[in-house]
Design a protein around this ligand. Structure first.
Ligand SMILES: [Zn+2]
Length: 281
């Protein structure tokens, strides 16, 4: 009862909409959990270990050694090549997303140390327009890959995205080819790339750099795929197998190499990066 009242707060509204920000409802086990505990556990549920979406700054703090992060291309923002309007203009939408998240676009990139190892890191943020990939995401990641190749340090990208950004039309689709080409040059130069898939990693992002890792890691129970299940089901007119498009399903079918819980991600990355140290040239 007390909990219920606390959850309702002063407004008496539906407890599912927790007003004071102290409590959070876990979408997986449906339990109401103390938000601070969730944060202490790197945004995972203390009851069932559900992995909540994580912001890019928190992800960087969870992986990069203190005081070693240097951000790249921090002020890059999107143009409006198509003059796109869907309810509101694209520049208005971008401004709104920037105000909401404190980010300039849906990815942060930079260089830092992970357990003492130099890496280039890109982290997508789903809270910025669904982590959609437009020209800024594509360009920042491409520059990340080019800098990693130049400096001969491994690249790591943490993906979280619904796919390409429709407001940039074909320019967003071009980013798939551009990032893939940059990764091909990294591969020729024998500099490793590790791709980490988090919930969700879909569509144009999964169909380009996210699936091109030398090693591909997924967080538990993430949604991973190209087209949504409903569209596939309607197209092929067949029932889809249980667990379709989850980390566990794609692991079984060879699309990812391992599943790592968020608490173990830093140590797993360090272990793999130590195996994959790029050869000196
Ligand atoms: Zn839970």
């Amino acid at each position: 009862m007390v909990l219920d009242r606390l959850r309702r707060g002063a407004t008496g509204r539906d407890p599912k909409k927790i007003p004071d920000g102290l409590w959070e409802k876990c979408p997986s086990c449906q339990k109401t959990v103390f938000k601070r505990l969730v944060e202490e556990r790197l945004d995972t549920c203390p009851e069932c270990n559900h992995h909540f979406k994580m912001t890019a700054p928190r992800r960087i703090a969870s992986l990069i050694d203190d005081g070693t992060w240097q951000e790249w291309d921090a002020n890059m923002t999107s143009a409006d090549p198509l003059g796109f309007v869907d309810g509101k203009s694209y520049p208005e939408r971008i401004a709104q997303q920037q105000a909401k998240t404190g980010l300039k676009d849906a990815v942060l990139t930079g260089r830092g140390k992970l357990s003492g190892l130099d890496i280039g890191l890109g982290v997508m943020d789903f809270s910025f327009n669904g982590g959609s990939m437009g020209s800024v995401v594509g360009e920042k990641l491409t520059r990340q890959f080019e800098r990693c190749l130049e400096a001969r340090i491994p690249a790591v990208v943490i993906s979280a995205s619904g796919g390409a950004r429709m407001q940039e039309g074909v320019i967003s689709l071009m980013q798939m080819a551009k990032t893939s080409a940059a990764l091909a040059r990294m591969r020729e130069g024998r500099v490793p790339f590790i791709s980490v898939l988090t919930n969700p990693t879909m569509a144009g992002v999964m169909a380009s750099y996210a699936s091109l890792g030398d090693v591909i890691i997924a967080e538990p129970k993430a949604m991973i795929g190209f087209t949504g299940a409903r569209v596939i089901q309607e197209t092929i007119k067949q029932e889809l197998p249980e667990g379709f498009q989850t980390s566990e399903f794609v692991l079984k079918h060879g699309q990812v190499d391992l599943i790592a819980a968020r608490q173990d991600l830093k140590s797993e990355l360090a272990r793999i990066l130590n195996y994959l140290k790029p050869p000196k040239v």
